[in-house]
Write a protein that binds this ligand. Structure first.
Ligand code: PEP
Length: 253
């Protein structure tokens, strides 16, 4: 059965105390998660070990790095490797977020290397893709996203691709309060699945979780997640508000 995921992307937010309070609120809320439903918390690097300790014993909860480097180790001041994340028990890593692409110049080729590193060290990459507003307005979003997938992911084997989670995040909807409609999300998710099927076959494509990201809130999560090809969400702003994120977890279908 395809995995469903509510993923929190805290970005560069919260002090240590605030992070602890938010984790406590989320973890104490009762949930009805089934074995194929997961919560992934991409917290800032300094809090990863702390968050990892907090979730211990919570079977459906995982932590994630918000990035990793293209190399395992060495003289790369300020970087964090997939090997390091793996060594402290982190299960996931968000790669290719549009903010990393825009502010840190991450290219599709670089992201292929990062995905490769994550897979080498047993981390599940949450690979982000999505088009800017100009591309959406030109109506060429399908080709744009297809190219991101091809250039970063299609070098991987059938076995490897099944270990990847994809997050479709239209850039015009990230942090803007402007959500794609459920129909727009479904249309792109179906396209992503058909592109994956073209390369790896339908059976493989049907098992790859595709999350939606872009102004998901407690109030709209249920409608978006109810779409057949939407397998949960990658959530920024609303993941910093306990009540909102708890509602988003509950919206997993
Ligand atoms: C994100 O950062 O991945 C994101 C989707 O942000 P927001 O939910 O705030 O739009």
């Amino acid at each position: 059965m395809r995995q469903q995921i509510a993923a929190a992307n805290w970005k560069m937010n919260l002090t240590f105390d605030q992070a602890g309070n938010l984790l406590d609120e989320i973890l104490k809320a009762p949930n009805q998660l089934q074995p194929h439903q997961k919560v992934v918390l991409a917290v800032p690097f300094p809090y990863l070990q702390f968050a990892q300790n907090k979730i211990s014993g919570k079977v459906n909860f995982f932590t994630a790095g918000q990035n990793c480097y293209t190399k395992s180790r060495g003289a790369f001041t300020g970087e964090t490797s997939a090997e390091m994340l793996h060594s402290i028990g982190i299960g996931y890593v968000v790669l290719g977020h549009s903010e990393r692409r825009e502010y840190f110049g991450e290219s599709n080729a670089m992201l292929e290397e990062k995905v490769s590193m994550a897979l080498t060290y047993g981390l599940t990459p949450v690979f982000c893709c999505g088009e800017p507003l100009s591309v959406r307005e030109a109506g060429t979003q399908n080709a744009y996203v297809e190219q991101q997938l091809k250039e970063s992911l299609f070098g991987f084997s059938e076995e490897q691709i099944q270990k990847i989670v994809i997050a479709y995040e239209p850039i015009w909807a990230i942090g803007t309060g402007k959500t794609a409609t459920a129909a727009q999300a479904q249309e792109m998710h179906a396209h992503i699945r058909s592109v994956l099927a073209g390369q790896y076959g339908k059976a493989v494509a049907d098992e790859i979780p595709v999350l939606y990201g872009g102004s998901v809130k407690g109030s709209n999560a249920k409608e978006i997640f109810s779409q057949p090809d939407v397998d949960g969400g990658l959530v920024g702003g609303a993941s910093l508000i306990a009540a909102d994120f708890i509602q988003i977890i509950d919206a997993l279908k």
